[in-house]
Ligand binder design. Structure first.
Ligand SMILES: [Zn+2]
Ligand SMILES: [Zn+2]
Length: 302
């Protein structure tokens, strides 16, 4: 039987008003944007909330602000930045990581636990760069009279992914990483989150990829990037070549969705250029009759 999935924001309901409890796994879209400036959309970021914990996938510019808004608006306390203990990075393009220093630094002196970060090779070096950027702030806070809960919380605990497989497992949640093809990145990853009530697949940035399709077969929710075919068609030839190499065109995504048949397909990180953003959704719907939505920041799916 098809599971009932709905989007609270589309229904105009708040989580608390609709009686949502944190016992059920839910997805909160913290950022649906791209490198193209968009005042309505933060950089890439998706939170999966399960059993009182937030698992955040990518942290583009503005994502920490969105997490704070979600915590306040939907009464999801695990999304208060100080409560976010788990960050997973798909790859290190700027639109996926620019709020990493923000997440690390926000109220770090009140953190009891270090931020746990799992990401591709390069995550260690990037973290060291952030520590250097914030070195004076860290040092000053440690030596002045304001209390610091855990001095180690100024830095993250970083694990670099060394290949596909399970990267996190605790209680009833398991998170697997799988490689995706994204332009010239040697290692870019998608993630699959499995809990007792949901399977959620997050593509990250990827060109059309059989591995994403394989991971998404039978998933409850597939969150996938997309580029509008009509927006792409008007780009100069060199940009067309790049985008086809690095991203997934709307009709290609429709083909993937037809093969994988997730219960719900969520479009995020939508590149559309001169075409309206809705063109990406319409182009997918022309070739795919399953449930599909174009996500906005702070949409909630469960
Ligand atoms: Zn991106
Ligand atoms: Zn990218």
């Amino acid at each position: 039987m098809k599971k009932r999935l709905f989007c609270l924001a589309v229904l105009g309901l708040s989580a608390s008003a609709s009686g949502v409890t944190l016992a059920e796994t839910q997805v909160v879209m913290l950022g649906t944007g791209t490198p193209v400036p968009d005042g309505e959309r933060a950089g890439a970021g998706v939170a999966v909330i399960h059993d009182g914990e937030a698992y955040v996938f990518d942290v583009g510019a503005g994502v920490v602000e969105r997490a704070t808004q979600a915590a306040e608006r939907f009464d999801i306390e695990p999304l208060s930045p100080i409560n976010i203990d788990h960050l997973f990075l798909t790859h290190l393009h700027s639109d996926h990581v620019l709020d990493y220093p923000e997440l690390l630094a926000t109220y770090w002196w009140r953190r009891s636990d270090q931020l746990q970060v799992i990401g591709p090779p390069g995550t260690h070096a990037m973290s060291e760069g952030i520590y250097t950027m914030l070195a004076d702030d860290t040092e000053t806070r440690l030596k002045d009279k304001s209390p610091v809960t855990n001095p180690e919380a100024a830095h993250a605990a970083v694990t670099e992914i060394s290949g596909p497989g399970t990267v996190y497992e605790a209680g009833e949640i398991r998170i697997d990483a799988f490689p995706v093809s994204h332009g010239d990145w040697d290692e870019a990853y998608g993630y699959k989150v499995t809990t007792p009530d949901k399977t959620i697949v997050i593509s990250g940035d990827t060109s059309i990829d059989a591995e994403v399709q394989r991971q998404a077969e039978g998933a409850d929710i597939l969150i996938h990037e997309v580029i509008s075919r009509s927006g792409w068609a008007d780009l100069p030839e060199q940009w067309q070549a790049y985008h086809q190499y690095a991203h997934t065109l709307s009709d290609e995504l429709a083909g993937l969705a037809n093969a994988a048949r997730p219960d719900l397909l969520v479009l995020y990180h939508v590149l559309h250029y001169g075409a309206p953003i809705e063109s990406a959704l319409e182009e997918v719907q022309q070739r795919y009759d399953g449930e599909v939505v174009l996500a906005d920041d702070l949409d909630v799916f469960r």
